[in-house]
Design a protein around this ligand. Structure first.
Ligand code: APR
Length: 241
């Protein structure tokens, strides 16, 4: 059945949507966690134990993201087009810390795991745009103290950002679409069940069935740059979803 044009859509994205832009995922065979232990670089304890190691991990990823060869792909562009042309609301909730959704034109966007191109001061909590390397010697532009700046990224064991706003969106949406995520990490992995409880239609677009595949009413498997534009076209053409 076609989705009515004033319907509200929530889209959750994960690392898979950025894979064809040249950014690695986490749990694929060539993923980030195949080369480094998350316990060593993506927890508050790791930062307390060896801040330099953690800063270097994110410095390398920040430099990688700023490589001119890394650009938004057709999947990011399709979601930005959906937001522009859809009559109802379209909210993208991304687990990704890259800026590819913004660069593709998405505006109604939540980075629930933070942003690689921002730094936060643990002392004054000020968030600052940060595109260069970050070190413990850097001085917070707001409180002028050194030694407190960290990537504005949500680590394991920390609360993701804007969960209240996300919960409201899930409760009010007519369609929940999950793209390029393995469904391994909560709370994001629980969004499909939450949206479904409120009566939303649920669709998964992923290279392969995710850990939560059985919770979706429909699954479409393939490369994000193929399946996402095709799905957006079907929505805009009023096709059955
Ligand atoms: N097109 C579509 N899907 C793809 C593609 C692609 N080109 N390439 C990979 N995928 C799929 C994989 O099959 C996998 O299901 O994307 C998913 C990526 O899963 P993960 O690597 O687990 O990444 P993600 O789900 O975003 O991880 C969630 O875990 O480590 C934390 O904070 C980190 O935000 C991250 C969270």
């Amino acid at each position: 059945m076609p989705l009515h044009r004033t319907a509200s859509i929530v889209v959750l994205t994960g690392a898979g949507i950025s894979r064809e832009s040249g950014l690695h995922t986490f749990r694929d065979a060539d993923g980030i966690w195949a080369t480094v232990r998350l316990e060593d670089v993506a927890t508050p304890e790791a930062f307390a134990r060896n801040p330099r190691r953690v800063q270097e991990f994110y410095n390398a990823r920040r430099r990688g993201l700023l490589d001119p060869a890394v650009r938004p792909n057709a999947a990011h562009a399709a979601l930005a087009e959906l937001e522009r042309r859809w009559g109802g609301g379209v909210l993208v909730v991304t687990q990704n810390i890259d800026d590819l959704h913004e660069r593709a034109g998405s505006r109604n966007l939540i980075h629930m795991h933070g942003e690689l191109l921002k730094a936060v001061c643990v002392r004054c909590r000020t968030v600052t745009e940060w595109r260069g390397d970050l070190s413990m010697e850097d001085v917070c532009p707001a409180c002028a103290r050194a030694g407190g700046l960290r990537p504005d990224v949500v680590w394991f064991g920390e609360m993701p950002y804007q969960m209240d706003r996300i919960g409201e969106a899930l409760a009010g949406c007519d369609l929940f679409v999950s793209i390029g995520t393995s469904g391994n990490v909560y709370p994001a992995a629980g969004f499909v069940a939450e949206a479904g409880r409120y009566g939303a239609q649920t669709v998964e677009l992923n290279l392969e069935p995710s850990a939560g595949a059985t919770e979706f009413a429909r699954s479409i498997h393939g490369l994000a740059t193929a399946v996402v534009p095709a799905f957006v076209r079907s929505l805009l053409d009023g096709a059955d979803i």
